[in-house]
Structure formats: structure tokens, C-alpha cells
Design a protein around this ligand. Structure first.
Ligand code: BGC
Length: 262
């Protein structure tokens, strides 16, 4: 067998998800496990959930790609908007690596979704500037030019009308304010227009839980350039996280295949 399988983990402010991913095909090959993100969402409590996912997939000692909801540089979290502040300055790769015994490769969660989209989804072979926005507990962003990622853009933290954009137009805000998807869509439209003015992208792609509801708010989006939910929807994050691990393993000269698992 020549399948390339890696465990993708998508850590979010609300849930931690995991699935085995075929990183050649960009496909989920198992069901997706989903556990609530513990509160407070600190390293120890989150590590336990990641370990549980590893154990359920019997994945001890094998590589993991992890999308994480923070600025992530060289595996270290440098911000903490929707997770416990104790993550700031902490290595996601070391914490999850130690608890699971697996090599862990961590990347910002929206950047992971973007990689998924650009390699296996609607971002594939698109020239010019793409912005992918993940709609969840926060607003995540991934910026690509000709398929190349500019990491950690954090466009959910731009100011919009005096407020932080993700406080105005995330799924958590929609739920907290009891907004219909249509009313939320008007807010999201303002956000996309702001991004359009700043970056003049060629395409907006949407990921995260809110991308599944696109049909309910699409008519509120008055943007000249195309806006579409990536066909991978919220699977893009898991697929892209696993793909990122594969890229890092290849950089280390370590080709990972099912053949060398036994
Ligand atoms: C974080 C980002 C993350 C986004 C989506 C934001 O609050 O700052 O790093 O990508 O939420 O999870």
C-alpha cells in the first residue's frame, strides 16, 4: 500500500476535532472525532483531549499535523484570543508531543484550512490573491498569493467600525446576540468589503463551521469578486493540518507512508 496517512487535529475555541487524512488525496479516511474544548483551554487540559484522540486512532508515535487557533511560529503559540492566555510563549508542538509521544507539527488553524483549500479544494490552481476566512468561535484568515501562504495574518483582529472584527461577525457573536444567519450575513458583508478595500483579492473562500450555512446568508453578500464556501467546508482545517505535517516531514527528509508503520 502506498497511502500517506497522517492524523490531522483541528483545535478550535469550541471543539477539538481529529481524523486520519490521506495527504496524497487530501481526503479524510476515517470518521471525525469531535470533543468540546475544555475550559479553561490551557495546555494540560487540551493535551488530555489530544491524547484521547490519539488513543482512539491508536496513533501513538506517529505524526500529527495540528491547526491551532493562535499565531504560531516555529510551533510556539504567540497569541491567545479564544484559548487560555497561558498558551502565549508555549510550544504547541512540545506540549502535545510530550503528552502523546507523537511528532507534532503545528500551524495556525486558518492557515491550515488555507493549505487544505489551495492544495485540494477551491483554492487549487487559482492565480493571484486569495483570502480564506474561517468562520467559527473567532474569525481566522489565510492569505495566499499565487498559491504561496503569508502566514499568521490574523485578519479577524482588524478593527471594523471601532470593534475587533471577530467580536462583530463571528459565529460566537451570532449566537450570543441571537442573530439570524441573514442578519449575521449583513455584518459579514461589511467585513468582506473592508478586506476587499485593503487587499483587492481575486477570490474569497470560506471555511469553518459557518461556511456550511452559506446558502442562508449568501444573498446578503454584496461583493464584486467571487465569494464561495470552499468545497472542503470545515474539513479543510483537518486536511490542511495533516498536509502541513507532511510538508514538514518532507523538509526533514522523512517520507512517511503506511508501509513504514508496521
Ligand atoms: C485567532 C486566530 C485564529 C482564529 C480562528 C482568532 O481569534 O486569533 O489565530 O485563526 O481565531 O480560530
Amino acid at each position: 500500500m502506498n497511502d500517506h496517512i497522517i492524523l490531522g487535529i483541528d483545535v478550535g475555541g469550541t471543539a477539538i476535532k481529529g481524523a486520519l487524512i490521506d495527504v496524497e488525496k487530501g481526503e479524510q479516511v476515517t470518521e471525525r472525532l469531535r470533543y468540546p474544548t475544555p475550559q479553561p483551554a490551557g495546555p494540560e487540559a487540551m493535551g488530555k483531549v489530544v491524547l484521547q484522540i490519539v488513543e482512539e486512532f491508536k496513533w501513538q508515535g506517529k505524526p500529527i499535523g495540528c491547526g491551532f487557533p493562535a499565531i504560531v511560529k516555529k510551533g510556539v503559540a504567540l497569541s491567545a484570543a479564544n484559548i487560555d492566555k497561558s498558551w502565549i510563549g508555549t510550544s504547541v508542538e512540545d506540549v502535545f508531543g510530550r503528552v502523546t509521544g507523537c511528532p507534532v507539527y503545528a500551524i495556525n488553524d486558518a492557515d491550515a484550512a488555507g493549505l487544505g483549500s489551495v492544495h485540494f479544494g477551491d483554492g487549487k490552481d487559482v492565480e493571484g490573491t486569495i483570502i480564506l476566512i474561517t468562520i467559527g468561535s473567532g474569525l481566522g484568515s489565510a492569505l495566499f498569493y499565487d498559491g504561496n501562504l503569508v502566514p499568521n495574518t490574523e485578519l479577524g483582529h482588524l478593527y471594523l467600525g471601532g470593534r475587533i472584527a471577530e467580536h462583530y461577525a463571528s459565529v460566537s457573536t451570532r449566537e450570543a446576540k441571537n442573530l439570524s444567519w441573514k442578519d449575521w450575513g449583513k455584518r459579514f458583508n461589511k467585513y468582506l468589503r473592508h478586506l476587499d478595500r485593503l487587499f483587492s483579492p481575486d477570490l474569497f473562500l470560506l471555511g469553518g463551521g459557518g461556511s456550511n450555512k452559506f446558502d442562508e446568508y449568501a444573498d446578503r453578500l454584496k461583493i464584486k469578486i467571487p465569494v464561495k464556501p470552499d468545497r472542503l467546508f470545515n474539513r479543510a482545517g483537518l486536511i490542511g493540518a495533516a498536509y502541513y505535517a507532511r510538508l514538514q516531514l518532507q523538509r526533514e527528509g522523512n517520507e512517511y507512508t503506511l508501509d513504514n508503520l508496521s
